[in-house]
Design a binder for this molecule. Sequence first.
Ligand code: ZN
Length: 249
Amino acid sequence: MDFSEEQILRYSRHILLREIGGVGQRKLLSSSVLVIGAGGLGSIVLMYLTGFGIGRVGFVESDNVDLSNLPRQILYTTKDVGRKKIEAAYQRLQDMNSDVKIDVFDKRLNENNAEDIFKYYDLIVDCTDNFESRFLINRLSVKFKKPLISGAVVRFEGNVMLVIPYKTFCYNCIFEEPPNQICIETCSNSGVFAPVVGTIASIMTTEAVKFILGLQTIEGHLLIYNGLLAEMRRIKVKRDENCLVCKNS
Ligand SMILES: [Zn+2]
């Protein structure tokens, strides 16, 4: 595939990077990523993936834009309040970069529809905002052997991991499935500091793109960032041999 003049200019700052170059940019243009959730994390992940020229970017989202979303969900404007997120996001992303094929899935992901959606993509990026969805997406990614970037933020702290099914630890290896919903912290009941969402989403995109390019990633580590302390830690994690999700390899 030859680049058009416009593409050479558009992607020039990445092509200049030794780690990407023309070869890497072509690889990005022929890759596909599925983002689940177009909220705070998803806004930024989707915009960077589209900006990068990932050939095919899909996203799953069924909510409408709420006024309380706007400080961190920077895909949307005040005019979008009340609109379907998929409609507002699709328009914005397509306007950013028409090289990218944008797929939208106006639904909630579940056990029954996941295989049909996942099959089109090389990599899954979990940008949902609750434990229940993260456990589900982890389970489905392992089941369908799709690499997964999972990220989460609450208050001033966030974490990121890369799950390579049956190779690295999975979400379930380190977090126990919560017994009930009462004691679970989410953005809507605990608050969240918007720029930390941006930091975590940027790390998720960095890892996603490096993974596609075959560069060194955080594979095998849990990365934790605390915005209040300005502290980032990388913790080495091994697979749990008794993990109910990923033990059967
Ligand atoms: Zn596991």
